[in-house]
Design a protein around this ligand. Structure first.
Ligand code: PGA
Length: 253
């Protein structure tokens, strides 16, 4: 049984005050016996403070991106070593906004996945097709190739700990969600690609999230699908009530 993982991607939203009061509200609302992994990925300046605030709570803290090198002359960047040193446990890699606006490629995502494992960070590897690619019926091919490239050179043991987020680009922030069965079909395809690369046991252990306009009203049907093990949530993760509802939904799967 894979443990559901519900992660909130705050993107570039919230002040420090809003971030800390969100954490207090969320942890107040969350049932301590929550069965899912519950993760908040705030903007980088709040990571250390939120890691401290999350201690003794069921919430884990993740970064939204990182550089692949340990250190160096890379103005403005944050390294995996820095994240590890402040107690961050996870990192979103290759989000479509990073691919679109910051030139991240399958190759740089792969280097970052390797760097994450080298620093004991769990990568949440984002993949997904554009509307144009979906309409051209290239979804399986595009997503399959993104997965293969992201996992290139990743050991069996590390791969088991990875999380993959299937996020169709056309469903992000648009209010358009893939139907649960369409989303599941792609998530099952991702697992079959992992099966080509690794032992069945490893492919079965990898958790695959769906992302793209997930909210309390649609998370139930998504999580009920066989190959969807959680959600990566943008807009609906910004409000403590709605994010708590999503985390609770993950607990009842
Ligand atoms: P959304 O964003 O939930 O606002 O669609 C999802 C994401 O970008 O991870």
């Amino acid at each position: 049984m894979r443990k559901p993982i519900i992660a909130g991607n705050w993107k570039m939203y919230k002040t420090m005050q809003e971030a800390t009061s969100f954490m207090e509200e969320l942890t107040g609302k969350l049932d301590r016996s929550v069965q899912a992994d519950v993760v908040i990925c705030p903007p980088a300046p709040y990571l250390a403070v939120l890691v401290e605030k999350s201690e003794g709570t069921p919430v884990q803290i993740g970064a939204q991106t990182m550089h692949e090198e340990d250190e160096g002359a890379f103005t403005g960047e944050v390294s995996p070593r820095m994240l590890q040193s402040i107690g961050v446990g996870l990192v979103i890699l290759g989000h479509s906004e990073r691919r679109q606006y910051y030139n991240e490629t399958d190759e740089s995502v792969n280097r970052k996945v390797k760097a994450a494992f080298a620093h004991e960070l769990t990568p949440i590897v984002c993949v997904g097709e554009t509307l144009e690619q979906r309409e051209a019926e290239q979804t399986a091919e595009i997503v399959g190739s993104q997965v293969k490239k992201a996992f290139d050179g990743i050991s069996e043991e590390d791969a088991k700990r990875a999380v993959v987020a299937y996020e169709p680009v056309w469903a992000i922030g648009t209010g358009r969600t893939a139907t649960a069965s369409d989303a599941n079909e792609v998530c099952a395809h991702i697992r079959s690609v992992l099966k080509d690369l690794y032992l069945d046991e490893t492919a079965q252990a990898v958790r695959i999230q769906y992302g793209g306009s997930v909210k309390p009203a649609n998370i139930g049907e998504l999580l009920a699908e066989s190959d969807i093990d959680g959600a990566l949530v943008g807009g609906a993760s910004l409000d403590p009530d709605s994010f708590a509802a999503l985390a609770e939904a993950g607990s009842h799967e």
